[in-house]
Ligand binder design. Structure first.
Ligand SMILES: NC(=O)c1ccc[n+]([C@@H]2O[C@H](COP(=O)([O-])OP(=O)(O)OC[C@H]3O[C@@H](n4cnc5c(N)ncnc54)[C@H](O)[C@@H]3O)[C@@H](O)[C@H]2O)c1
Length: 351
């Protein structure tokens, strides 16, 4: 069987989806939907996609398609996912899930009633070092993980100004929702802790609204009317039921020495770990000595290549989604709480 896939949105990330899906032996890209005619035609030509639509509604209604990949502005994530699931399609939705938890919840409730695979495209879970670290954590090498630190500081890395990314109504949020979602999802996955009890967060908009910090990414067209009204720095402390804590810091724009600093650090009772580059920190077997280890030849039970292959394997019943809908809901709930905590000037408690 060949899974026939439609691509919705032909912006910056669409290439990655089309090229990867066309490499999978049991799938083919057969349609694209995109409002911008140049980007639509370019993607159609580059990947020899037979059908092209201007309206996503027409692609979703195409009975020939089994599955869709959604890589659209965030305000369209929930409505298009809902329509696609209702039309009987499997959905790979690029992050973040939605503008907020309520929207995401509706999508999950609808997906649960279908027999379709809905998966968020959390690509960082699939990187090799991430999978090795996950295997080390599962083997108990770190002991009890009681604290994690995750950060992604971009110095001048805001998206193209005047696009949907920088407008709260269309994006749902700035750097925390856009790239913080990766670090947050990754830490929860690595430590396998889906039970947050409280969130204390603060978001700042110090640069974008002054026209400072554009990194220029994203292919959508500029619209001078779209004001930059999202955060360009965000910080949060997340506490879990087992008393573990996560310190999360994210920027699109910040004054610092390096252009980018991005890492996940885990602190356990037996060892600490740093992801970028991957290292373990622990007492050596020889008494009194301490070692820094670059893990070698770690067996990963099932090494997955990328999010698209995992999703397609799941559609064919050969694997399960690495990223479950329930996990993605927890991530979205924490993101909502960071914004609510910042707006209300208080800690948000989940129960
Ligand atoms: N997993 C990752 O690492 C990753 C990386 C980049 C982007 N993303 C996510 O993917 C999504 C898209 O990001 P991008 O960088 O490709 O954005 P982009 O702005 O470059 O592309 C969005 C595309 O959607 C099109 N579009 C807008 N409204 C439409 C409509 N009604 N019908 C059809 N097409 C429409 C735009 O014309 C544009 O071409 C975002 O949610 C983003 O967060 C994920």
């Amino acid at each position: 069987m060949t899974i026939k896939v439609g691509m919705i949105g032909a912006g910056a990330i669409a290439d990655d989806h089309c090229s990867t899906i066309n490499r999978y032996s049991g799938a083919a890209m057969v349609a694209v939907a995109e409002i911008n005619p140049e980007r639509r035609d370019a993607l159609k030509k580059k990947y020899s996609i037979p059908k092209a639509y201007e309206r996503w509604q027409d692609l979703v209604a195409d009975p020939d398609l089994d599955a869709v990949v959604i890589a659209l502005p965030n305000m369209l994530h929930a409505p298009v996912s809902l329509a696609a699931i209702r039309a009987g399609k499997h959905v790979l939705l690029d992050k973040p899930f939605a503008l907020n938890y309520a929207e995401a919840r509706r999508v999950v409730d609808t997906a649960r009633r279908s027999r379709k695979v809905l998966m968020l495209g959390m690509n960082q879970r699939y990187l090799k070092d991430q999978q090795i670290l996950k295997a080390l954590v599962e083997r108990g090498e770190l002991g009890e993980i009681y604290h994690a630190k995750a950060y992604w500081y971009r110095r001048m890395g805001a998206p193209k100004f005047g696009t949907w990314f920088v407008n709260k109504k269309l994006s749902g949020g700035g750097c925390m929702l856009d790239i913080g979602v990766h670090n947050l999802d990754l830490v929860l996955y690595l430590i396998d802790n889906w039970d947050p009890v409280s969130v204390s967060g603060k978001v700042y908009g110090k640069f974008g609204h002054r026209g400072i910090g554009e990194g220029g990414w994203g292919k959508s067209d500029r619209n001078a009317k779209l004001k930059f009204d999202v955060e360009d720095f965000a910080t949060a402390l997340i506490k879990f039921k087992n008393e573990a804590t996560l310190d999360l810091n994210i920027s699109w724009v910040i004054h610092q020495e390096q252009a980018v600093r991005n890492n996940v650090e885990l602190y356990g009772t037996e060892a600490g770990a740093s992801l970028v580059p991957l290292k373990l920190f622990r007492p050596a077997k020889r008494a009194g000595e301490y070692e820094v280890v670059v893990p070698q030849n770690v067996k990963v039970p099932r090494l997955r290549e990328n999010r698209q292959f995992n999703w397609l394997d799941a559609i064919l019943g050969k694997d399960k989604p690495l990223c479950s809908m329930e996990q993605s809901l927890v991530v979205q709930r924490i993101l909502d709480a960071i914004y609510a905590s910042s707006a209300g000037g208080r800690e948000v408690r989940f129960r």
